[in-house]
Design a protein around this ligand. Structure first.
Ligand code: IVH
Length: 699
């Protein structure tokens, strides 16, 4: 898409624009900013290899917005600022596709592929047919029309002939170019077909965020993608993390209306290359040209496993005749083209029986139903327990105890109940009663109207105490050595721990008498508990398990207070004034400190000697040398272990990242560093350090 030379020029241009160089005319400046933003969008959304920091990107974008605000006559339809039509509500009018959107015929084995090949060979009078084989993306299909290099329309599939106009929503998908240089290829109007998807990584992240907010988790990425395309507000579409992959050109004409498919455009591979050149995300990297059915089959089999680690959900592969002329010779039925076939992967679904539902109480009191099913092997693991999320999920899926259920591993990892099979019921199935009282302490459960989750509000609830205590002692919180979750569970069962403060009055002589405990383990436990009294304030804050308050928020808050009890006096407004604290988190902290049992707990902890103060030595010890900097370690480290490296970064105020991106400041490389180093070297803002240089930063 961009040559190395062009990329270097655009990089330089970005730097000049960021320095607000004066020698641009207004028009030039606007044009240049648009050019560099489009380039950086391509690096980020198409290649996933950004070469600009978020900060610089945002500042360029803000410059453009400001200039367009001052000179609205200079706004163009393809300006990056026009992706999101503010205040607009979609109507989704019906539109006629330029070429009808057919489906694909399915195949399941080499026999089916051989049969398909025989048909194609017959229809085209060829002996050895050349095929392109590419993944079948599991999302929502979309058709884009570009005219005179501008995106003029996007539509859903609809019934294949008529779809819904979703142009405004498509513009909110950053990997769809608003303008593309088709004219360079002699094309005036073109219709492209592709799939809107959500990557596995984004899907899991979005779901984790939703669950943390008490919202319903999305069920699968395909439905989420197609649902998102029909949302009324393009602003919301932009939040969904959608991406578009384009895999077919269904219509292309030049300025005089001459059709270019199978004349100027000659192969599917060539078309995909051209789309890549025009800045689209395509299956080019994943595609293989195969001659004959055996080569097709061999390539498909490499994907049976590759798909498990591939970041996009695929439900099969698509085999397409490469020559567009031969595609025309094959023609289509009313349902599918005869030049392509889908090969479906064996579904990762299994049947099982729903034996019972357990209701688990989390540390914040959230009650989650968990299905216990007859153990069933699925994609390499045995599944016997599956979260049912909340009461609405059980109702939506129409689940009864004793039902036959279909289990799937969504996102390759999390097992998921697709639904029940009502036809297999014999009448003995029972309704699942969602408890109205806490399964642990029997207090009445409550559910705020706008939430999907029932909660137990009793702070002394034993199930919550168990979860809270496990969190309290964990590595990220008070980091109590010698005290894991099984110890907590045992102590709660024996009545040694009824609330968190009991951790500091454990009956050590009694513990010594228990099976499995020796002098050494008891003294380790005692030392761990003693040690925990001396933790920095943010650890105590995190350990309290306040909803929405994790490590980062705890650190943000700890910087702004001198003692934990300051939070008791703070108003909602005071709390929201702390950098990094939004209204939701502020509410949660406020509620926590209004509750007298929590204040009582904190006084008790203080009486036991647990640090509740923001001590200057915590900041001094850390000396914050790495404050605000991000690190990643790669290769085999010689000077220290991974854990020690992590500790050093965190103790000194730095942050660890899990991957190379423009957000990374330093990549520390040990021996035999691989792809992370290669990737980092392409991002000018990432500094590569040796282990010694890293240690030097701490001195
Ligand atoms: S080609 C006329 N290629 O699968 C042929 N389709 O079950 C156009 N799909 O409706 C389709 N990945 O939404 C093609 N690489 C790919 C695909 C793909 C996913 C979808 C597409 C189609 C459905 C058919």
């Amino acid at each position: 898409m961009y040559s190395t030379e062009q990329q270097q020029q655009l990089h330089l241009l970005s730097q000049q624009l960021l320095k607000e160089a004066a020698h641009f005319t207004l028009e030039e400046k606007i044009r240049s900013i648009r050019q560099v933003i489009n380039y950086h969008d391509w690096r980020y959304y198409v290649l996933s290899e950004p070469v600009i920091t978020d900060f610089d990107y945002d500042s360029l974008f803000a410059q453009l917005q400001q200039l367009e605000k001052e000179h609205p006559s200079l706004i163009t339809a393809d300006s990056p600022t026009q992706r999101i039509a503010r205040g607009l509500t979609n109507e989704f009018e019906s539109v006629l596709h330029l070429a009808s959107m057919l489906s694909l015929e399915n195949s399941y084995n080499i026999g089916d592929i051989e049969e398909f090949n025989r048909r194609v060979a017959g229809l085209t009078n060829t002996t050895e047919v050349e095929y392109c084989v590419e993944p079948k993306f599991d999302g929502a299909s979309i058709a884009l029309v570009y005219e005179n290099d501008l995106l003029i329309r996007a539509a859903t599939r609809g019934d294949g002939t008529v779809g819904e106009d979703i142009t405004n929503n498509a513009k909110a998908i950053p990997s769809i170019p608003l303008a593309a240089a088709f004219s360079k290829f002699g094309i005036y109007k073109v219709e492209l077909r592709g799939e809107v998807i959500i990557t596995k990584e984004t899907f899991e992240r979005k779901n984790a965020e939703r669950i943390a907010k008490g919202e319903k988790a999305f069920q699968n990425s395909r439905n989420t993608a197609s649902g998102s395309l029909r949302m009324k507000d393009p602003n919301e579409v932009a939040q969904r993390g959608l991406e578009a992959i384009l895999y077919h050109i269904s219509y292309a004409v030049d300025k005089d209306g001459n059709h270019l498919i199978a004349t100027k455009l000659q192969s599917h591979f060539g078309n995909i290359e051209m789309l890549y050149q025009c800045g689209f995300k395509t299956p080019l990297q994943e595609m293989s040209v195969c001659i004959g059915p055996q080569a097709v089959d061999d390539f498909i089999h490499t994907w049976e496993t590759k798909r498990l680690t591939y970041n996009i959900e695929t439900d099969g592969m698509v085999v397409k005749v490469n020559s567009l002329k031969m595609q025309q010779q094959c023609g289509s039925t009313s349902h599918h083209p005869r030049w392509a076939i889908a090969y479906k992967f064996a579904a990762k679904q299994a049947q099982s029986k729903l034996l019972k539902v357990e209701f688990q109480v989390g540390r914040t009191g959230a009650v989650t139903p968990v299905a216990k099913i007859e153990p069933v092997p699925l994609a390499g693991v045995t599944i016997s327990s599956i979260s049912l999320h909340n009461e609405d999920f059980i109702l939506e899926k129409d689940l009864l105890l004793g039902d036959t259920v279909i289990v799937e591993r969504a996102g390759e990892v999390i097992p998921y109940i697709v639904g029940s099979v009502p036809d297999l019921r014999n009448g003995s199935e029972l309704k699942i009663e969602f408890p109205r009282d806490c399964p642990s302490c029997h207090s009445p459960l409550v559910k705020p109207e706008e939430e999907a989750i029932w909660r137990c509000d009793n702070v002394d609830c034993p199930a919550q105490t168990e979860e809270r205590a496990i969190h309290f002692v964990s590595k990220e919180a008070m980091d109590i050595d010698g005290c894991g979750s099984s110890t907590i569970i045992e102590f709660i069962q024996r009545g040694f721990i009824k609330n968190i403060e009991d951790l500091y009055r454990l009956p050590y002589p009694e513990i010594l008498k228990l099976e499995g405990w020796k002098e050494k383990s008891v003294s380790n436990l005692k030392a761990g508990i003693e040690d925990s009294k001396n933790r920095p304030l943010w650890r105590l804050l995190n350990a309290l398990g306040i909803r929405h308050v994790g490590v980062t928020t705890s650190k943000d808050i700890a910087k702004h207070i001198t003692c934990i009890f300051d939070l008791e006096k703070m108003s909602l407004e005071d709390l929201t004034n702390i950098e990094g604290i939004g209204p939701k988190v502020a509410h949660s902290i406020f509620d926590f400190f209004q509750n007298q049992s929590n204040i009582h707990l904190l006084h008790e902890l203080e009486n036991f000697g647990v640090n509740t103060q923001n001590r200057p030595e915590d900041a001094r010890n850390k000396n914050n040398k790495l404050e605000g900097k991000t690190f990643l370690f790669t290769g085999s480290l010689q000077q220290f272990t991974r854990d020690r490296a992590k500790q050093l970064v965190e103790e000194n105020g730095g942050k660890l990242l899990s991957g190379v991106s423009a957000n990374l400041n330093y990549l520390v490389v040990g021996e035999d560093a691989g792809s992370k180093l290669t990737k980092a070297q392409k991002i000018p803002s990432v500094v590569v350090l040796t282990e010694e240089e890293f240690l030097g930063m701490l001195e």
